[in-house]
Structures are given as structure tokens and as C-alpha cells.
Design a protein around this ligand. Sequence first.
Ligand code: THU
Length: 130
Amino acid sequence: MTNHDLQNLIELAFSTAERAYTPYSNYKVGATLRTPDGTVFSGCNVENAAYPACICAERTALVKAVSEGHQQFDVIVVATRNGGSPCGMCRQMLYEFSPTMRVVCVDEQRNIVIDSTLDKLLPHGFNSLG
Ligand code: THU
């Protein structure tokens, strides 16, 4: 993936974050997920008055992708005001499909705060093979 591709994923993640529904936390998150063939899915967090029903941006992007027939991913970009990283539940959901995917977390100044891989963020993660 070129730097230009990465910049496009970053800007798409931020524009998607603008659509986040966050009346409770006011913490907007956008995520872009790219497959090896270059197909991109984006997602934002969607909150609910019943707090546990909230869904994170990363899982929004993931379920959109899987629903459209994509199960392999080479990178996820997460855009927030402070470069926050995926929560544990999102790490686990992503790990199911592509445990070695690159994870890039970016803050609102476009600083790359984390550039790592999922298996580093979730060491010894559980998968269906045990
Ligand atoms: N959130 C995400 O969208 N992704 C994460 O990985 C961490 C948390 C959302 C959930 C909630 O809407 C808000 O951020 C505050 O936790």
C-alpha cells in the first residue's frame, strides 16, 4: 500500500467519523478497512440510550465488509481526536478474520499515533482453532 493510499484511508476515516452518532460520549470514531484487492469499507460508532447496544466504528466497518462477502483484510485505519486504539471487543472481532492485519490509529492532526499489527495489539488472541 502506498503512502497516498494510506492518506486516502485516513481522510475517509475522518469523514466517516463526522457521521458518528454519539449523543452520550461525544467521542467520534471513524474506521476504514481495506481488503487485499483494495476494496474499502468504512464505519462510524453508533450509540444508543441503552449503552451496551453501542457499536464501535471498527465493528461497523467489519460487519459491513463481511456482509458484502469480504473476510480478509490487510489494514484498518482508526480516526479519533486523540489517536485512540481499538477496544478489546473490536480487536477480538477483527482477529477472527485477519490476525496479522496492520492497525493504524490517527489523531485529528493526522499524527499516526499507532502503526502496528493486530496480533501485537492482541497477543495470544483466541480464534476458532484454539
Ligand atoms: N469506540 C469506538 O468506536 N471504537 C473503539 O475501539 C473504542 C470506543 C466508541 C464507542 C463509543 O461510542 C465511544 O467510542 C466512547 O467509548
